[in-house]
Design a protein around this ligand. Sequence first.
Ligand code: NAD
Length: 368
Amino acid sequence: MGTRRDFLGKMSLTALSLPILYSPTSLFAACEQPYDGPMLRVAIMGLGSYGTRVAKAMVDCKRAKLVGVISGTPSKILKWQATYDIPQKNCYNYDDFDAIKDNPDIDAVYIITPNALHCEQAIRVAKAGKHVICEKPMAINAEEAERMVNACKDAKVKLLVGYRMHFEPKTVEVIRMRQAGEFGQPKFFQGQSGFVMGNPNQWRLDKELSGGGAMMDIGIYSINGARYMLGEEPIWITAQETKTDPVKFKEGIDETITFQMGFPSGAVASCLSTYAMNHLDRFYMTGEKGWVEMQPSTGYGPIKGRTHKGELDQPHSTHQTLQMEGMAQLIFEDVQPLVPVDGEEGLRDLKIIDAIYLAVKTGRKVTV
Ligand code: NAD
């Protein structure tokens, strides 16, 4: 396996070669063709609900395979070993996983734990010399995200964030249309991201583990969506918070935030992030020459959408399968998605979240 390790090392050093961009169908085409290249061997850290979804989706990947687990619950490890044929030597807990550095059979660790744990876990994985794939939000503030970016740079490993929508075909088509000028100059984005949060005792409502409320968890989709739908970075932000249930949503856990962003071209965005309303998974963007509406826009799909030219009819495939296939291509072949999924991309969203929280706290327009 030494040669494979050398290969991976070289890949991370040469990843600055010219990127090849996806078309909306190229990932499907790649998935359908026979493949006998390198396999991205992944260990999942955090065997909870989303980790389980990713593991199931990876069964259908050609370029990525689940080969290891990191968990604090021995009974879960045993179950996953049986389900996915995972050898004992690839199983770790949260105390001993630094030893993964001596395991040549694992290339990357996918961190799918509560948000506030991501930063330190990612830095430990990077120090172990493994590529880091980290769930969104990649951390709970920009300062942590910057430390993660630097740690991965220092260790010469990739840092990728689980932005599955960047691999989703209808979303990719809309980005392609925007880049090709088919909407003209984008003028306005509206993003609505929310659902009614159930169990009041879960980590998502505990600031120590979540870092915040709906904004960290679901509002981030409207932030990221505004950026990839408009193709610009915001320069100012205003935001307002509403809380109807201060018992369930304690200090530091935002229930509902409306926020507005202004962009250098003059485009504006108006968004809603909430844990208190259902049926909110909708993006709308209008430009000088056309428009797009997506609803649902970021759920597990199928995504539905239409533009001034008609229905978006790109085929649905499990998002997490496409994402892991795409991330393996990114690592081995330097095939880049139209919008990056790297640490800098995750950092941009966290800078915006920091600014939104500051705008809520001060009532002022915040410059990003
Ligand atoms: P979950 O509660 O279902 O799973 C979290 C896992 O982390 C559990 O297995 C738990 O045992 C483990 N864990 C380790 N240390 C812990 C600690 N100190 N306290 C609590 N749990 C601990 O949560 P989830 O829904 O799987 O979310 C995990 C991450 O995945 C979050 O960052 C979330 O934002 C992200 N997520 C992303 C998507 C997406 O579509 N990209 C969807 C859902 C969740």
